[in-house]
Structure formats: structure tokens, C-alpha cells
Design a protein around this ligand. Structure first.
Ligand code: G3I
Length: 347
């Protein structure tokens, strides 16, 4: 089958699935996992999704066959894992980690120090007390996962910058100053967990004030052997990708770190138009190619979910969605097809 014909058939499937759910039809172009190897191709997984497994055999098949990586969507965040001081609840994180390890997925730990989904008690702390609680959190969480599971990496600090390149004024910055960032990595390194240490952010995918600031901190921490990788989230709007993804990724690689696409999705206005569905397929190709252009230094790609059914997008950006590779009915989109081609270096 020609690629154009295959593409048109998938587009037809996607459009009719939106209007009138069809039985799922897996195309015969291989899997994301196989096409991405030796890189991983992951997805954010949440317990609400995993718990529907037995009701949803299609998910079971897709998760195992299509993907080779996982990031817990919410389960390892501070408010869930240490809701009260020194009272740890690993239940949700362990469910995702056990699933990932059982299926030989590359598991990303997400995350340790983030202003959002932070337990409220942390924001009441000051000075040394805040720092002691942070050391305890990083150490306890990383030690738990080191002992019971295999994690490829940890997002140690998440979303530390504003779009203008200044530091985000979270509780750590206001209480402890900018050194909280390298200090958090020093603590994480001292756990000696075997997991790589990442810094992860959004709106840093192109060259701009925010990615400039991130690069400066990465260069400094790399010189001290504190950081191993940079995660580019890639929450995009269809047709609005930064034009210089590849050049920006390259300057981080030149700093000596590996990189990963960590939270990819490409949203559009609903209902999706034919033009946007085609553009989305092109945009996924662009992202994959920007990763491939970095050679081994781009180690994997993670989409922020498997199916639109569980995507964070519609509840956050009202009137938009259709951002992932599988629609609400697990029907693969043209973007799925274009991603598989691109992963094999064919696009
Ligand atoms: O768990 C509660 C539930 O008890 C309650 O009934 C319900 C009512 O709204 O809320 C539930 O919490 C929600 C939580 O997800 C778990 O589903 C929160 O409202 C909701 O805000 C939260 O959203 C998450 C968001 O991070 C928070 O910032 C999304 O699921 C998650 O996909 C998203 O992930 C982030 C990455 O971690 C970092 N980068 C950006 C990305 C997208 O925002």
C-alpha cells in the first residue's frame, strides 16, 4: 500500500471515528515501540487509566504492544506521595512502576520538586525547615523506588523558570534563592539510585529567553556532574511548533547532556477539522525528526497519555483536544502513522 493511500485511509478512519465511533482498526505498519527502538516510546499512565484495564482489553493490548516507556501522570507528585509531613503513600506510584517494570518499559520518575500539585503543608515552611523537608522528600522517595523498582531517570526539578527567563517564584526560590536547584540535584545524586537526573520544562523547546535560562543552569550543573538529561515537554498547538526545535535541542546536546521529549501532545480546536488532522500528522513528524537529528543523545519520546479519553487537555484548554495518537475510541490517527514512519527515519 502506498504511504499516501495508507495516510488517506487513516484520515478517513479518524474523521468518521469522531462523528461515529468505529471498531478499532490497528494498521499494519508495526508498532511505535518497534519503530522507535533503540529509543523508547512512552506514554503518561495514570492509575485511573490502569484501573480500567480489565474493562478495556484494547488498552491492555495497546499499552503492552505499542509502547516501551511510562511516566506516572500524577502518582509520584508531592501532594500524592507525601500529603502530610513524613507520611508517605507510595500506592499509586507503585502501581504504575510495577506495570512499567513488568513490561520492561523505560520508567521516568516524575517528579520531586515542583510548585504545582505540591502538598499544601510544604508552602507554609520557611528557610532551613523547608530545606530539611525537601531533602527528606527527595531522599525518601528516591530510596523507596531504588529499592523496589528500576527507574531510568527522575525529573528532579520541574518547571523552574518563567517564560521571560527569570526564576519562577515558587516556595523554594522565595525561601532559599536560586541555589535550591543545584542543591536539589546534589541531594538526588547522593542517593546514588542509578537513575539519571533530569530537569524538565515546557516552552523551552525553541530558542527563547526561557530555554536560554535553562541552558545556563544546565551548563553549570553539568560542569558539576549534577544533571544528566533535559526533558522537553512539548505540549503543542497544531501548526504552532517552534521553528527551531532541532537547533535548540542541539545546543543542549552540545552542553553534554542527553535529551528526551517527555510530555508530547498536539492539541487543536474541537471538533477537529480535516486540515488540522493532516497538520497534526506533520507536526508529530517534525518533533520526531528533531529528536532523531540528535542521534543517540535523544533517548526517547513520551506522549502525555495514550488515548484522548484520558488526556489532560480538554479540561485545561476548554474547546480543544484530539491531541494524542489514539482518539477516544482507541482508533489510531494519521499522526500515529506519520509518527511510525518518522521514527524509522522515513519522513
Ligand atoms: O485527584 C483529584 C480528585 O480527587 C478530584 O475529585 C478532582 C476534581 O477536579 O481532581 C483530581 O485531581 C486532578 C488531578 O489531575 C488528578 O486527576 C486535578 O484536579 C488536576 O488539576 C490534575 O491535573 C494534572 C496536572 O498535571 C496538574 O498540573 C493532570 O492530570 C496532569 O496530566 C498534568 O501533568 C503535567 C505534568 O505533570 C507537568 N507538565 C505539565 C503537565 C500538564 O499540565
Amino acid at each position: 500500500m502506498s504511504s499516501l493511500l495508507a495516510f488517506s485511509l487513516l484520515l478517513g478512519n479518524a474523521l468518521s471515528a469522531w462523528a461515529n465511533p468505529l471498531p478499532r482498526q490497528l494498521p499494519s505498519f508495526g508498532t511505535l515501540k518497534a519503530a522507535a527502538a533503540p529509543r523508547y516510546f512512552g506514554a503518561a499512565l495514570g492509575v485511573p487509566h490502569l484501573m480500567n484495564f480489565t474493562h478495556d482489553p484494547l488498552f491492555d493490548v495497546d499499552a503492552v504492544l505499542q509502547f516501551s516507556g511510562a511516566t506516572p501522570e500524577n502518582e509520584m507528585k508531592w501532594m500524592n506521595i507525601e500529603p502530610e509531613r513524613n507520611m508517605f503513600n507510595f500506592t499509586g506510584g507503585d502501581i504504575v512502576a510495577a506495570f512499567a517494570n513488568a513490561n520492561d518499559y523505560t520508567l521516568r520518575g516524575h517528579n520531586l520538586v515542583w510548585y504545582s500539585q505540591l502538598a499544601p503543608w510544604v508552602e507554609t515552611l520557611t528557610g532551613e525547615d523547608l530545606w530539611n523537608a525537601t531533602v527528606n522528600h527527595i531522599t525518601t522517595v528516591m530510596t523507596h523506588y531504588k529499592e523496589d523498582f528500576v527507574l531510568y531517570c527522575w525529573d528532579v526539578v520541574n518547571e523552574a523558570f518563567n517564560d521571560d527567563g527569570t526564576y519562577r517564584e515558587n516556595v523554594w526560590y522565595t525561601q532559599l534563592g536560586p541555589d535550591y536547584i543545584p542543591n536539589a540535584y546534589t541531594v538526588a545524586r547522593s542517593v546514588n539510585s542509578g537513575s539519571k537526573l533530569y530537569i524538565n520544562d515546557y516552552n523551552t523547546e525553541g530558542i527563547n529567553n526561557k530555554s536560554d535560562a535553562l541552558l545556563t543552569v544546565v551548563q553549570s550543573m553539568k560542569a558539576q556532574n549534577l544533571v544528566d538529561g533535559v526533558g522537553f515537554q512539548c505540549h503543542f498547538i497544531v501548526g504552532e511548533l517552534p521553528p527551531d526545535l532541532e537547533q535548540n535541542f542541539a545546543r543542549f546536546v552540545a552542553a553534554g547532556v542527553e535529551i528526551a521529549i517527555t510530555e508530547l501532545d498536539i492539541r487543536m480546536n474541537l471538533p477537529p477539522s480535516e486540515a488540522d488532522i493532516i497538520q497534526q500528522a506533520k507536526d508529530y513528524t517534525t518533533v520526531v525528526n528533531a529528536c532523531l537529528a540528535q542521534g543517540e543523545a535523544c533517548v526517547g519520546i513520551t506522549t502525555w497519555g495514550i488515548t484522548d479519553l484520558y488526556s489532560w487537555v480538554p479540561s485545561t484548554f476548554s474547546g480543544t483536544g484530539y491531541a494524542l495518537l489514539f482518539d477516544d475510541n482507541y482508533v489510531p490517527k494519521p499522526a500515529y502513522n506519520s509518527t511510525i514512519y518518522a521514527l524509522q527515519g522515513l519522513a
